[in-house]
Design a protein around this ligand. Structure first.
Ligand code: MOS
Length: 725
């Protein structure tokens, strides 16, 4: 049975979602709730000189205006990636200093949302302004070498091997900053009861929000709970404590009423993390057969003045193939922005675009088929650690994808394939990889005599389908329908919640839930189960109302200390390098583009993606996740860029009319296939991550297809019509 694919079943929350019945954080309304709005800085950098709230306070219905003058006792909770809890270390409104355009300067609370917005606009502020640096090459942007912070990837002697390589590619790439735009806006509902704070907020990291509030407000940990059963899209944006959450909690305490803040989309462009601007230089050396012998990947990654957002670009390019001589060099460029963060395939998307563009260029230099070249460079061993890869089926992804796409009909020369309407047809391919992480999980499984099955575990449902995967995995083992299994997740009351990101969710939660189900089967057997009985029947026969088991699960090589660490809101990732192996998920993407010869309009009518994510637990939500990743890949390659104003700072196109994402008419056929081979070295269910790998490689597959269609090798993202003239 373990080799049988899991059956395709519906998403268990699908019916509620299409009916609008799924409760998101901002849906927590009650008659006496108060509404908040933020006023934000209108300068790129400097200081508040004067701030006058008299007119704003006079608006009828105003309950409270908080400014930097009121928050003396509050502490910054620190940057999550530096051991704190926030998406950045800078907590706005602790001083009159302004670090970036759009930084909150006041929180206004009123009886109605309209009143709060009106009053926020009436706050009078004067500033002293300082020059801003918001681009990678701005004067005043400060460069810091990441090697000084201990992160550097080196194997063999890349310089020497590159110099000696008969074939050399040397190319520079730039990828624009981009912003997440999940449908659910960032929203907080905070309420205090008997000195206890409850926060309803869509987040990927309920425990960091909880402990961040504990730290900011100086509370005991048992005084705060964070509830986030559904997130309307995370994508990395909601990976840590948001800065406004602290402000809303303070306002609610002050007023003794529940307060709700929904951050409008325009403010999110400055109020949450984003994908930073990146500059790459890749040098790739190969022998005359096309075997890659050396690569040097140098990256300059934008960060803020106040935090160094870690850069892991070379982590992907060093391991996508088995290149024996590799040097990665990552530098930070400090600019006057909020701290950037994780956005789906945060490093891998851009790093893979750079490397896989070079690999395509190499194929053309050799006049070798790009699929064949990649297959010839496949590996079983991790080039950096020399450890075996626990599984790698990227060759199979390429072969199956090529067959399904009809790749053998491709003619190699650029501009050699034309459509009936004269459009240039381009077929491109690229592979992608994503590191497989595991985080510690405490899972509790409870069954009741009236038929209830409750699995409480770490994990946040942001649409990726983790609730469905949990229900399928537990239901299958206990012999109950998935629809009867209730997953209690994203809730600090249910179980400690590690950050759900970096595609760790399923690979961490499923093996724990699955072990819990096994433990439950054992416990039920001890109660005297007979074959074919449901858990409820067994409990009834034994005269028991309920039965509960608990499983604690961690990654290979992790010590038991991680359980305390993650329960206090700190990151506890393991991987992709484990004591005995290295684990990545893989994908191969095949893309058809059509470039209209006069307008140069690029269409993507067809994509075939084949993914190696180990065992597929929930085929329907998994396929849907891959389609989402491909759609985002199309957006990231052909549409999305956050435009900056080098004179005044901030992001200019801070809404969905100016920040262009793909719409239905931009998306053609996306065919998804899974290798579906469990990686049982990685975990007992053989599950690897999926959410991010499915986007990695889409960008180079598209740009390689555009090269094939037009003969133009484009190295900056996004690619737009004007770059094709
Ligand atoms: Mo993902 S960018 O790690 O939520």
């Amino acid at each position: 049975m373990s080799d049988m694919p899991f059956p395709d079943g519906p998403r268990i929350d699908a019916r509620d979602k299409v009916r609008g019945a799924t409760p998101f954080s901002a849906d927590n309304v009650r008659p006496d709730i108060l509404h908040a709005a933020l006023a934000v800085a209108a300068i790129g950098k400097g200081h508040i000189v004067s701030l006058d709230i008299r007119a704003a306070s006079a608006v009828p219905g105003i309950r409270l205006i908080l400014t930097h003058k009121d928050l003396g006792h509050v502490k910054s909770t620190g940057f999550l990636m530096a051991g704190g809890y926030g998406f950045q270390s800078l907590q706005p409104m602790l001083s009159p200093a302004i670090a970036y355009r759009g930084q909150p300067i006041a929180l206004v609370v009123a009886d109605s949302l309209e009143t709060a917005i009106e009053a926020a606009a009436m706050i009078q502020v004067s500033y002293s302004m300082e020059p801003v640096s918001v681009t990678l090459d701005a004067p005043g942007a400060e460069t810091v070498n990441q090697a000084d912070t201990g992160l550097e990837i080196i194997a063999g002697n890349a310089e020497k091997a590159f110099a000696a390589a008969p074939l050399k590619i040397d190319a520079r790439f730039i990828t624009a900053p981009q912003h997440h735009n999940p449908i659910e806006l960032i929203a907080t509902v905070a309420e205090w009861q008997d000195g206890k704070l409850t926060v309803h907020e869509g987040t990927q990291n309920a425990e960091a929000v909880r402990h961040g509030l504990v730290a900011a407000l100086g509370l005991a940990p048992d005084r705060v709970e964070v509830i986030s059963p559904f997130v309307g899209g995370g994508f990395g944006q909601k990976y840590a404590l948001q800065m406004q959450t602290v402000l809303v909690a303070i306002a609610a305490r002050h007023l003794g009423r529940a307060v709700k803040l929904v951050v409008p989309r325009a403010q999110i462009f400055h109020g949450a993390s984003f994908r930073p601007a990146i500059r790459h230089r890749v040098r790739l050396g190969a022998d005359r057969s096309g075997y890659m012998v050396a690569a040097i990947h140098e990256v300059d990654a934008q960060t803020s003045r106040h935090d160094l957002f870690p850069a892991h670009y070379a982590a992907l390019s060093s391991r996508l193939y088995g290149i024996k001589n590799f040097r990665g060099r990552e530098r930070f460029v400090r600019t006057d922005v909020q701290t950037p963060g994780y956005m789906r395939a945060p490093f891998e998307h851009a790093a893979c675009f750079a490397l896989e563009s070079c690999v395509d260029e190499l194929a053309y230099r050799l006049n070798q088929d790009p699929v064949a070249l990649r297959l010839a460079n496949d590996t079983r061993t991790d080039a950096i650690s020399k450890l075996p890869l626990s599984s790698r089926h990227v060759g199979e992804c390429l072969r199956r994808g090529a067959a399904r796409f009809g790749w053998s009909k491709r003619t190699m020369a650029p501009q050699s394939m034309r459509a009936y309407d004269g459009s240039f047809i381009g077929w491109g391919v690229a592979i992608g990889a994503y590191p497989c992480f595991i985080v510690p999980v405490i899972a509790r499984l409870r069954v009741t005599a009236d038929g209830g099955v409750f699995i409480s575990t770490g994990g946040h449902e942001m649409g990726q389908g983790i609730r469905t995967a949990l229900a399928v995995a537990v239901g299958r083992k206990l012999g109950v329908p998935a629809a009867n299994v209730v997953a209690l997740i994203g809730d600090t009351r249910a179980s400690p919640q590690h950050l759900t990101a970096a595609s760790c969710g399923t690979a961490s939660a499923i093996p724990a839930a699955s072990d819990a189900a096994d433990a439950m089967l054992g416990a039920l057997a001890r109660l005297g189960a007979s074959p074919g009985q449901t858990p409820a029947q067994i409990l009834k026969a034994a005269g028991r109302a309920s039965l509960e088991v608990e499983i604690r699960k961690k990654a290979p090589g992790q010590s038991d200390a991680v359980f305390g660490q993650f329960a206090s809101g700190h990151l506890s990732f393991a991987g992709p390098v484990y004591p005995e192996f290295v684990t990545f998920s893989y994908a191969a993407h095949f893309v058809e583009v059509r470039v209209e010869p006069t307008t140069r309009r690029v269409r993507v009518p067809r994509v075939v993606s084949v993914v190696d994510c180990g065992r597929v637990i929930s085929p329907r939500t998994a396929a849907s996740q891959v389609r989402g990743g491909v759609v985002w890949g199309i957006g990231a390659t052909l549409r999305e860029a956050s435009e900056v104003d080098p004179r005044y700072g901030g992001f200019l196109n801070a809404d969905l009319s100016g920040y262009v994402v793909p719409v239905n008419a931009d998306i053609g056929s996306i065919e998804v296939e899974f290798i579906d081979k469990p990686d049982l070295k990685f975990n007992s269910d053989g599950v690897k991550g999926l959410g991010e790998v499915c986007m990695v490689g889409v960008a180079p597959a598209i740009s390689n297809a555009i090269y094939h269609a037009t003969g133009r090798r484009l190295r900056d993202l996004p690619i737009r019509i004007e770059h094709l003239f």
